[in-house]
Ligand binder design. Sequence first.
Ligand code: FUB
Length: 322
Amino acid sequence: MHMKRYLIPEDYHADPSVHAFNGKLHIYPSHDWDCTDSENDNGDQYDMKDYHVFTIDGDPMTGKVTDHGVILSLEDIPWAGRQLWDCDIQERDGKYYLYFPLKDRNDIFRMGVAISDSPVGPFRCMPYPIHGSYSIDYACFHDDADDEYYMYFGGIWGGQLQRYVDNKAVEAPYLPQGKEPAILPRVVRMAKNMVEFAEEPRAVEILDADGRLLTADNPYRFFEASWMHKYQGKYYLSYSTGDTHMICYATADNPYGPFTYQGVVLTPVKAGWTTHHCIVEWEGKWYLFHHDSVPSGKSWCRSLKVCELHYDADGHILTIEG
Ligand code: FUB
């Protein structure tokens, strides 16, 4: 049984991205609010308008959590349409780059970036979204092997990934069915300036033990919420399976893959349609940050949680009950 802690019981936050900066864990979540009384598959019920940043003093299971206030709002973003979804951040050469998905005025998700000299802001938004960006759930990973930054992204259904083939929007979006290969997350190396892609995004293959792509009817296939971490030199891609409500993971020996499916990190959370997470090391222990909707009972009013995560001797993640 894993002990879990609600981190911010006084408000609704979801989709945690957690990083250690200046000797403290910093949490960058989506900021949910009670904006509706119904939900749909397009995700209109996730109508978020700003981001806060939080820090934790010391141990994530017990340390004091401090709210540093709003770091970015819709009003700060010149191209804003609606819906600030899952964000992520990276530091490079003393600057902090906050990456966020937001619908533009044509209701198309794009990747915005806001820059600061401090992990708690103030952040200054770039005037345009990143060229060539699309879909949602951006997770930026710094690889210490080559000192490059890799952006993982994508989400199907309301996340719009099915609208793109070979990085181009298609007129007739198609969701694979049955034994067709499932839609794959994307990865792209960031340019040195951190506000452009250095290359065309590539599909990240997730294979079963026999080397075949996971199929659309596989309950463990990718849906959204990519996260990358490294453990004992291996690359661990974890992700949400969306409508089957799990967090799963796959491993590879390089950041592009192909990745081989390994197992379930988190079984379905209670009282919540979405599940979304990140995996972070802090002072020699590993933690899973995620959300559920138990306190509100509404899938669009989610609450942040944390628990310890463990590996077995072979590097397999031990499944956590939601
Ligand atoms: O928070 C809005 C969306 O819900 C996220 O982008 C998805 O990952 C899901 O958690």
